[in-house]
Design a binder for this molecule. Structure first.
Ligand SMILES: Cc1ncc(COP(=O)(O)O)c(C=O)c1O
Length: 423
């Protein structure tokens, strides 16, 4: 195999990366390659494959919908799959309104634009500050990039990114100490930042994914939410990664005990079948856009808004989730003993788990996305049939819910085998 002459792969440096692997098919937790090899997809294909690949109930729902209504412009028209999904997600999230877009980044862009325009519509354009957290990742489009921590990814675009006030993210792991002081310091920073009139504060509830699976305590988030609320700013929860059971609750906000004004969802929304994002908003926010003044309209829309196939997939995925909550609620107890065992290895630092996610840092080289140890580990695991994609020196597993005990044990077994080969 060689690089395809007409394709451009995401976040991939052709000069230094191995060629992509050809996938023929996928089922459950396994990918089948064109050469017949099978790999356990231990990161749910960038965190989207919720139940499993080619989940039959979702595949059937999409196929049924494709024969009935595949797409219709969503200005002037509505349809049952969109309405059903909005009704169900409203009830589940506690946010009454649903606005459709296409992916996680656009779901965040929409949340940001709604929050910003809401203040304008209120006749209060002075609330100009946006607050985000250190290490945040909210997507690759411009608004989402600006909200995210500045990094190698955003460096070339720095002059084009708007300013954001940033607050420390006091993340923790199993054997942490001194956390209270770090949390208090972060809350102090937030209080200071909130002295400036603020439109919105955005956070990834309970866990920052892309910056290295960095978990905070629910009590910290509750303290953040209380301060945001008393300052009158809007709270945006980016649940693109954490939504749909990933943290052990349907939404991380529920587990943390916070209620945001806006919530961005994508990835697991369609069970990982189709690209779709949604932004949930409270009725109070929605009312701020109802007006005889044309300029108060939310002038934002994507061609594929509320794609019926995506809605059908999302409804089928929700059916599966709601039919068997212990599948995601109890997942952490499957990780824990296996990660505990692995933690005795000298290279394993800061073991941590949350819901379907388990992670640790490799004690080799710098704490950096560019630390090559992650790629070495990836290669060694691939040779043994497990697909991982470490974030620099941070190794994590985020398998589909359908992964069997034997497959999960295999992932940890391969890691145990590979770790001594790294030093
Ligand atoms: C928390 C969070 N927000 C937003 C995004 C962007 O989502 P997408 O890649 O679908 O644009 C991601 C993607 O990893 C994410 O983890």
């Amino acid at each position: 195999m060689s690089w395809h002459p007409h394709l451009w792969h995401p976040t991939t440096q052709v000069a230094t990366s191995p060629e992509p692997l050809q996938v023929r098919s996928a089922r459950g937790s396994e990918l089948e390659l064109a050469d017949g090899r099978r790999l356990i997809d231990a990161i749910s294909s960038w965190w989207v494959t919720l139940h499993g690949h080619a989940e039959p109930a979702i595949a059937a729902a999409v196929a049924r919908q494709a024969h009935v209504l595949e797409q219709v412009i969503f200005a002037n028209f509505s349809h049952a799959p969109a309405e059903q999904l909005a009704t169900r997600l409203s009830a589940l999230s506690g946010l009454e309104r649903l606005f459709f877009s296409d992916n996680g980044s656009t779901a965040v862009e929409v949340a940001l634009k709604i929050a910003w325009q809401w203040w304008q519509n209120q006749g209060n354009p002075h609330r100009k500050q946006l607050i985000a957290f250190e290490g945040a990742y909210h997507g690759d489009t411009f608004g989402a990039m600006a909200l995210g921590e500045r990094s190698l990814f955003s460096d070339p675009f720095e002059p084009l990114l708007f300013a954001v006030a940033r607050v420390a993210w006091p993340h923790t792991h199993w054997h942490d100490s001194g956390l209270d002081a770090r949390e208090q310091a972060a809350l102090g920073q937030l209080e200071a930042a909130l002295q400036t009139p603020t439109a919105a504060v955005i956070l990834e509830p309970l866990i920052q994914g892309a910056s290295g699976m960095r978990i905070v305590r629910p009590a910290f988030l509750r303290a953040v939410a209380a301060r945001v609320q008393s300052a009158g700013a809007l709270l945006i929860a980016d649940e693109v990664f954490t939504g749909f059971g990933r943290t052990g609750a349907l939404f991380a906000c529920q587990k943390a005990g916070i209620q945001p004004d806006l919530m961005a969802l994508s990835k697991g929304l369609t069970g990982g079948f189709l690209p779709m994002g949604v932004t949930m908003a409270s009725e109070r926010i929605h009312r701020g856009f109802i007006s005889e003044t044309p300029g108060h309209t939310f002038f934002h829309g994507h061609s594929f808004t509320a794609n019926p196939l995506g809605c059908a997939a999302a409804l089928a995925s929700l059916d599966l989730l709601q039919a068997d909550p212990p599948r995601y609620q109890d997942f952490e107890s499957r990780h824990r003993p296996l990660l505990e065992q692995l933690s005795s290895h000298a290279l394993v630092r800061r073991p941590r788990s949350l819901g379907t996610m388990a992670a640790f840092d490799l004690d080799i080289g710098p704490e950096s996305y560019l630390n090559p140890v992650g790629k070495r580990l990836q290669q060694l695991c691939l040779e043994q049939g497990v697909y991982l994609r470490p974030l620099g020196n941070v190794v994590y597993l985020l398998p589909p819910l359908s992964i069997s005990d034997a497959q999960l044990e295999r992932c940890y077994g391969v890691l145990a085998d590979v770790l001594p080969k790294l030093s």
